[in-house]
Ligand binder design. Structure first.
Ligand SMILES: O=C(O)C(=O)Cc1ccccc1
Length: 311
């Protein structure tokens, strides 16, 4: 059976690398390059694809806020939905079904003869915070930093600009793809720079497709939830966290984003160790419904073996 998988494209992005790590390159995997992360959600929702791979968080500069905000927008009713009975919000049927970790090495690519000729640098907005040391050391004159939809798109833009004044920060794969000279390589602040990607879909996946043989890592599950709380209820968040503590559940991350429901109200994202099929996890989540205004399980999936390794 052919699997159709959407990703933030064009080919050569780090998300493309995550897709290859997860699904391989065999002909039974058809890849659907998308111009934006939001398009990945859209084509998955309309079932043009079976899965979508999107960047989620980076070990150097944290959340990929676009993805967090899309999860919020797809799973949490908007204030419009709440005010309109006919416009009932229906959460999507797809869920987070897996994760991947990619070791990220950024490179400075340009057709410029010297750095002095460069007036504009393109990259994905997530990248700037991962290369601050390189930028402050090497970029001493005023150079415009322009956001592109992806690092590979940035390479495409530089390739199309024949003036020799533009550069991009992108992967070695993009450098090969667009035949762009690498002026500086491995310019990331931290050599452990890693991005975690989510695999969204309707069906479970095998989370260990290319894992080491005799994988000795523990088989663990992660459950991811999103919820909103009564803004004026002191201790509402504390009650949620306490429920997990009482059920002996280990939380691995807690993040918040503006709810877009009410000024200064937030939605919370919590990830915990355990499967939704575990008694203590399902019991805690069921009992939380009374503490939360809205609560959705974004997914419950097997931890990728790369979580424990050097990636
Ligand atoms: O632009 C890309 O290549 C992406 O896949 C998004 C991204 C950007 C920076 C680090 C990881 C993922």
């Amino acid at each position: 059976m052919t699997l159709k998988v959407a990703f933030l494209g064009p080919e050569g992005t780090y998300t493309h690398q995550a897709l290859i790590q997860q699904f391989g390159t065999e002909s039974d995997v058809e890849i659907y390059s998308q111009a934006a992360i939001s398009d990945c959600f859209q084509v998955l929702d309309s079932k043009e694809v079976d899965y979508a791979v999107v960047p989620f968080e980076n070990s150097t500069n944290g959340q990929v806020v676009y993805t967090y905000d899309l999860l919020r927008d797809w799973y949490i009713p908007s204030s419009q939905d709440q005010n309109n009975d006919e416009n009932q919000h229906i959460a999507p049927k797809f869920r987070i079904v897996g994760e991947q970790f990619v070791s990220i090495h950024h490179n400075f690519l340009s057709n410029a003869k010297t750095l002095d000729d460069v007036t504009t640098i393109y990259s994905h907005p997530q990248v700037w915070g991962q290369v601050t040391k390189f930028l402050s050391k090497h970029i001493t004159k005023k150079i415009s930093k322009l956001d592109s939809d992806s690092t590979s798109k940035a390479a495409e833009i530089v390739n199309n600009d024949k003036s020799g004044t533009s550069a991009c920060i992108s992967s070695k794969i993009s450098a090969d793809l667009y035949q762009l000279p690498i002026l500086f390589e491995n310019i990331e602040n931290s050599s452990n720079n890693t991005t975690r990607f989510l695999v969204l879909g309707y069906d479970e996946i095998n989370s260990h497709p290319l894992g080491p043989e005799n994988d000795s890592h523990p088989k663990a599950y992660v459950t991811s939830i999103i919820f909103t709380l009564d803004h004026d209820d002191p201790g509402a968040l504390c009650a949620v966290l306490d429920t997990f503590k009482k059920n002996n559940i280990n939380l691995t991350s807690i993040n918040s984003r503006p709810s877009h429901l009410k000024q200064w109200q937030y939605v919370f994202f919590v990830e915990l160790v355990g499967s939704i099929n575990d008694e203590n996890v399902s019991a805690s989540i069921n009992s939380l419904s009374s503490n939360c205004l809205t609560l959705e399980v974004l997914g419950s999936f097997q931890r990728c073996w790369r979580y424990w390794s050097e990636q």
